[in-house]
Design a protein around this ligand. Structure first.
Ligand code: ACO
Length: 342
């Protein structure tokens, strides 16, 4: 996507938060037929953090946001817009307003973005649009998910993959622009490969046979557990993500040689290796923390980004290519040139 800058977006700060409860592969192999060896060699995951009953997705999102606000020396009331990328909102109407209330960000509009593991990239690009037009100055983007609440813990093909967490970033209007390009995609024809579908109850199914369908009172069904065709999602990721990255680089008049860091959605270490290989990038340039957190969906990219800043991996002028992919199917790339403000 060609970018016509009116105003630039500066990546001001990041934050992240994970629950305290740590579950390693050995613990999981105590209750399902799996092993640390299978999980770590097939996915790279060794442990993950899971939410407990005294925590909510809002707590994680607020912790991550407060870290980002503090680092940016901003007050919550300085925020103009909050975008919460999540697929595990605790209210069907959206959770962003609860986050806004929790932060006391009284001047901010807030809404959810649901795009599974691509949610943070979609959120970042959306925030950039509001900044470019001059509409808003300070935009908080949060990726947060608690998919542990939506997986069937007796299904070894899915439950081993996911963990809970949140990551946040603040984009601020600036004369310089850090977002060098983006490229977003959706293929709804393949949405069945990864979903948390809604099932109607028997009452409702039967009512459709009636001449006058009964009103849909009360609890009429439920969401199913997460289902995934792992092989298809894997094939999709390793073919679509390099294409998206190459297209994005080309449009930004950059090449893979310009990449300082590749930050992919943390779904599977083997996916990261295959994508890096297709781009001819050494693994030293790939940011990965999947070993510690598993697949945290919309949180995975900002969580890894925040850790990379904390550990001093990212330096002034570095070019970071971030790419998300997942349910929808959705996928997308954004290129950030990180600069310290003068
Ligand atoms: N422990 C032990 N054995 C297992 C497990 C397990 N946890 N899970 C599956 N197996 C078995 C299978 O039953 C199968 O046995 P069989 O050969 O006797 O039939 C064997 O291991 C191989 O199974 P595969 O499904 O072929 O394993 P694969 O190498 O494809 O790895 C995986 C599975 C890890 C899920 C992989 O396909 C993958 O990572 N896919 C992509 C997932 C992804 O990226 N999702 C991202 C989006 S997430 C989002 O948007 C929310």
């Amino acid at each position: 996507m060609a970018i016509f800058n009116t105003y630039g977006s500066h990546l001001l700060s990041t934050g992240s938060s994970v629950p305290d409860l740590l579950i390693n592969n050995d613990t999981i192999s105590n209750f399902i037929d799996t092993s640390d060896q299978w999980i770590s060699t097939r996915t790279g995951i060794r442990e993950r953090r899971l939410i407990t009953s005294n925590q909510s997705i809002i707590d994680l999102a607020a912790n991550a946001s407060n870290e980002a606000l503090e680092k940016a020396s901003l007050q919550p009331e300085d925020l103009d817009l909050i975008l919460l990328a999540t697929s595990t909102q605790n209210d069907l109407f959206g959770s962003a307003s609860q986050l806004q209330a929790s932060l006391k960000a009284i001047n901010a509009a807030a809404f959810d973005i649901t795009a599974a593991c691509s949610g943070f990239v979609m959120g970042l690009v959306t925030a950039h649009q509001f900044i470019q037009t001059g509409a808003y100055k300070n935009v908080l983007i949060v990726g947060a998910d608690t998919l542990s609440q939506w997986v069937d813990w007796s299904d070894r093909t899915t439950c081993i993959l996911f963990g809970d967490g949140a990551g946040a970033a603040i984009l601020q209007r600036n004369k310089n622009n850090d977002i060098l390009g983006f490229q977003l995609n959706t293929n709804g024809n393949n949405s069945h490969h990864l979903s948390i579908g809604y099932s109607y109850s028997e009452t409702i199914k039967n009512s459709q046979a009636l001449e006058t369908p009964i009103p849909r009172y009360g609890k009429i069904g439920h969401y199913a557990y997460l289902t995934m065709n792992g092989k298809e999602v894997y094939k999709f990721a390793v073919s679509a993500v390099p294409r998206s990255i190459n297209k994005c680089l080309e449009e930004a008049k950059l090449s893979t040689k310009d990449i300082t860091w590749l930050l992919l959605h943390q779904a599977n270490q083997r996916i990261m290796e295959t994508v890096a290989n297709k781009l001819n990038l050494p693994m030293e340039k790939v940011l990965s923390n999947i070993q510690l957190y598993g697949n945290t969906s919309a949180a995975s990219i900002p969580l890894a980004l925040n850790e990379a800043f904390k550990t001093g991996h990212i330096c002034n002028g570095d070019i970071i290519v971030i790419s998300g992919f997942g349910a929808g199917l959705t996928w997308g790339t954004s290129i950030i040139e990180w600069k310290t403000l003068q």
